[in-house]
Design a protein around this ligand. Structure first.
Ligand code: HSE
Length: 444
């Protein structure tokens, strides 16, 4: 059978990894796919660099539209990123009848509904294993391996940059700003790290996992997004003393009222495997009603790990090219005509309706009755306390200090009730600084 012809749009880190892995493993990949997979064209603004990477093996052009216009190309691999030109090119490739492979989580999380609809109308595939957790085959696992299950929740460390920063803050007792600069110097964080540190990148990935876990439309606009910029090494240390690690988690959960979809720092019990995922590694925990809890771990970024996911998609496409679209695995795991109704039955909940437990750190005057006032306000809001610890005033404010930190762990409560109680506690004259609130996930 004729090798499937691939056009790469962008040959940076992931594109060059894709080219090299395909070359290195071409014989094994051909045996698996049942036909060869050939990168026939590469479009990149830096044609000189692109030619250095591919040599004579592929035609290099500066204009991505030349790839899309080439009738010989069966699959377009979009590795440009972002919502701008990448969106136009993906839609044009679909309109030209090409299958698309993309690592672009931002594009699919925001414009997925439009893109998957266009692909369905044209009978082509849009594959995106590389968009979530890099080399970890989590899309395959959720869409196919766990297809028997009613998925209950998914929780993941799905951004390596922030996990690296949090690991360094914990290991070295350093503050966020210091570690961020070091991460940038070492190349772990981008020059503009906003999407990573503010939780946006993780929210894009959580949005995609939410859609395929629960069979609902892609709804990034409804995700709650909070990054790690306000975390202090003090809270990381206190959490550690209480038996928890702080991780930036992407969480999506099925509840009676709807779906929770949120990204924020979370305390996770140190005894959970996922709490021990350190450095730039990624991990995703999925809980299904039949299988129970499963864990997927690996590199969430990088040249060849991400290429591994891109090529897995290319192999799927090579096998399914020309097949009846009705017989393929649906792009979002569930048949497209069922998504909207499921989305109405399972709306994404506002953050005020999310139920979780909390770590609170409250800087207070070290006086009689302060703790009693705070616990009374929590009790009045129906919030049940799991544990309270008071730090030594000397440890917190230095020798002779009359300030201290109260650390309170709560049981599960509605976020809206917690917001109300915290507003009242913050108003007490004996509360001396903005309260720190970090959500806590037991993941059991
Ligand atoms: N910037 C991401 C991370 C990788 O740090 O994990 C690509 O999504």
């Amino acid at each position: 059978m004729k090798p499937i012809q691939v056009g790469l749009l962008g040959i940076g880190t992931v594109g060059s990894g894709t080219f090299h892995v395909l070359q290195r493993n071409q014989e094994e990949i051909r045996r698996r796919a049942g036909r060869g997979i050939e990168i026939a064209m590469v479009a990149d603004l830096d044609t000189t660099r692109a030619k250095q990477i591919v040599g004579d093996a592929a035609k290099v052009v500066g204009d991505a539209r030349e790839v899309i216009a080439n009738p010989e190309i069966d699959v377009v691999v979009e590795l440009i990123g972002g919502y701008g030109i990448a969106k136009a090119l993906v839609l044009e490739a679909i309109a030209a009848g090409k299958h698309v492979v993309t690592a672009n989580k931002a594009l699919l999380a925001v414009h997925g509904t439009e893109i998957f609809k266009a692909a369905a109308e044209k009978g082509v595939m849009v594959a995106y294993e590389a968009a979530v957790a890099g080399g970890i085959p989590i899309i395959k696992a959720l869409r196919e391996g766990l297809t028997a299950n009613s998925i209950q929740w998914v929780a993941g460390i799905i951004n390596g940059t922030t996990n690296f920063i949090l690991s360094e803050m914990r290991d070295k007792g350093l503050d966020f700003d210091v570690v961020l600069k070091e991460a940038q110097r070492l190349g772990y964080a981008e020059a503009d790290p906003t999407f990573d540190i503010e939780g946006v990148d993780a929210a894009h990935k959580a949005t995609l996992m939410s859609a395929i876990a629960f069979g609902i439309p892609v709804q990034f606009d409804k995700a709650y997004v909070e990054g790690i910029t306000k975390l202090t090494s003090t809270d990381i240390k206190y959490a550690e003393q209480l038996g928890y690690r702080i991780k930036l988690l992407g969480i999506t959960k099925r509840t009676d009222k709807g779906v929770e979809l949120r990204v924020h720092p979370s305390l996770v019990p140190t005894k959970r495997l996922i709490a021990n995922v350190e450095g730039a590694m990624n991990a995703v925990v999925v809980h299904g009603d039949a299988v129970g809890t499963t864990l997927y771990y690996g590199k969430g970024a990088g040249s060849e790990p991400t290429a591994s996911a891109v090529i897995a998609d290319l192999v799927d496409i090579a096998r399914m090219d020309g097949s009846d679209p009705a017989h393929r695995v649906p792009a979002l795991a569930f048949q497209a005509n069922t998504l909207a109704a499921a989305g109405n039955e399972l709306p994404v909940l506002p953050m005020t309706d999310v139920v979780t437990s909390y770590y609170l750190r409250i800087r207070v005057a070290d006086e009689a009755g302060v703790l009693a006032k705070i616990t009374t306000l929590l009790a009045n809001a129906g919030i049940s306390i799991d544990a309270v610890i008071q730090r030594e005033a000397d440890e917190v404010g230095g020798e002779g200090s009359n300030q201290t930190d109260l650390i309170i762990l709560t049981h599960d409560t509605r976020e809206g009730d917690m917001d109300k109680a915290l507003a009242e506690i913050q108003g007490l004259p004996t509360v001396l600084a903005p309260i720190t609130r970090i959500r806590k996930e037991e993941l059991n």
